[in-house]
Design a binder for this molecule. Structure first.
Ligand code: ATP
Length: 433
């Protein structure tokens, strides 16, 4: 790691701290993610979800993992550097984004997702903080929760940010699909117009309530395998007057409203795929004049809300090493990434080498270059390091659970002044936390 000079901290997430750094040899600016847990051998490193998925995904709208370094049992991911995340961008903007700008970002997000889903992965934690932006380029980041589609359900080890969590996940459906990413895309699309999260739930139960307030009562039969269907049955629907989406997102065109409606469908099978979204009329409309432009001042003043808590339930833990780590790190090191913020390709050959001799030597510096030197990777040999390189990957296309388990909630105490939609929930938070 002596080849990199740390310049500043960019974020402190659940799994690692991210720093802006410069490669002293090439002067390239990179983002270094230092993992919080120790790694005592390479097997552990290469089995990480983030490594497994990012190694196989090479797309202009997916963040590039350039290199992996293990030094003194610490693991560093070297990523291409991006200037902002989408949350910061919304926070720092003086006025609303134009529909043209939103279209540009959404189209890139959908192209990245289309490629990811086609290649057999789903992200599972899409949120504005995980979408990185430099100028008008958007890339999907943070593959710590990514899953292979071929992996078999039940997917019970899921910890994601509540506001963007699909109903089938809130209801603990034993199996779910890439449609959970499409739900998050719908929620992010709405937020890009208003700079307010559309479903700002304060607990899992409140999250379902807030969804009902916008979408109305669901058809229970959509979730035959849901373990927590009682959460829906407990809601007093006569108190709910489903909202008109164009009142909630007043500055969106009818095409945008229609796309949000389709993406945020209760029924996962009714949500369009990323590929289908890109064919939606929203991406074919020209200039749109908002019906009632959003007043940025009003947005900023509307309210101060807390960031969604990462909730951790016993059922969130899986049997894999990294799952257990994720849980433990959440418990002892709550994410503080936003403190201070206001608001296979099949059959592909991989030339991976495992060097057992190095596994026990915690002092060795081992790096693993994922891209050839001409692609910004390493160009010079590094002393006392072992380089593990892969062949280039061609771009193939451009509350508590209802169980008796413990619920650890409110791990994040950081406050954002991210404006919230004013919807009151009849549920006492304390009842559910
Ligand atoms: N390549 C990058 N370029 C610039 N900033 C980045 C990059 N990668 C991550 N960041 C910043 O660091 C933050 C945390 O990164 P990341 O989400 O990968 O960490 P994490 O530990 O998995 O976080 P989380 O708690 O969200 O799961 C991001 O929200 C972003 O602001």
């Amino acid at each position: 790691m002596e080849r990199y000079k740390i310049l500043e901290e960019l974020g402190d997430g659940t799994c690692g701290s991210v720093y802006k750094a410069i490669n002293i040899q090439t002067s390239e600016i990179v983002a270094v993610k230092k993992m919080k847990r120790k790694f005592y051998d390479w097997d552990e490193c290469v089995n990480l979800r983030e490594v497994k998925s990012l190694r196989r995904l090479n797309h202009p709208n997916i963040i590039k993992l350039k290199e992996i370094v293990r030094e003194y049992n610490e693991l560093f991911f070297i990523f291409e550097y991006m200037e902002h995340n989408l949350y910061q961008l919304m926070r720092e903007r003086q006025g609303p984004l134009s529909e043209e700008e939103i279209r540009g970002m959404m189209s890139q997000l959908l192209q990245g997702l289309k490629y990811m889903h086609r290649n057999g992965y789903f992200h599972r934690d899409l949120k504005p903080e995980n979408l990185l932006v430099t100028k008008d380029i958007l890339k999907i980041a943070d593959f710590g929760l990514a899953r292979e589609l071929s992996s078999s359900p039940p997917y019970t080890d899921y910890v994601s940010t509540r506001w963007y969590r699909a109903p089938e996940v809130l209801l603990q459906s034993s199996s779910y699909s890439p449609a959970i990413d499409m739900w998050a895309v719908g929620a992010i699309l709405a937020e890009l117009f208003t700079f307010c999260p559309i479903f700002p739930g304060e607990s899992e139960m409140d999250q379902l309530y807030k969804i009902c307030c916008v979408l109305g009562r669901p058809d229970w039969t959509i979730f035959p395998e849901a373990r927590n269907i009682s959460r829906l049955l407990d809601i007093c629907y006569f108190e709910i007057m489903p909202a008109n989406l164009s009142d909630i997102v007043p500055n969106a065109s009818p095409e945008a409203i229609d796309l949000i409606k389709q993406l945020c469908s209760w029924d996962p099978t009714k949500r369009p795929t990323a590929e289908q979204c890109l064919q939606h009329p929203f991406f074919n409309v020209g200039f749109w004049i908002p019906r009632s432009p959003v007043d940025p001042l009003q947005l900023t003043l509307s309210s101060i809300g807390s960031k969604p808590n990462l909730e951790l339930n016993l059922w969130d833990f899986g049997s894999q090493t990294d799952d257990c780590f994720l849980g433990l790190s959440l418990a002892v090191t709550p994410s503080a990434s936003n403190i201070g913020m206001v608001h296979k390709n099949e059959g592909q050959k991989e030339d991976m080498m495992f060097c057992s001799g190095f596994q026990e030597d915690s002092k060795q510096s081992v790096f693993w270059s994922l891209f050839p030197p001409e692609d910004g990777g390493l160009s010079a040999p590094v002393e006392s390091s072992l380089s593990l390189s892969f062949g280039t990957i061609p771009n193939s296309s451009s509350g508590v659970s209802q169980s008796t388990g413990f619920g650890i909630a409110s791990l994040q105490s950081n406050m954002l002044d991210r404006p919230l939609l004013a919807m009151s929930s009849p549920f006492q938070q304390s009842h559910w936390l």
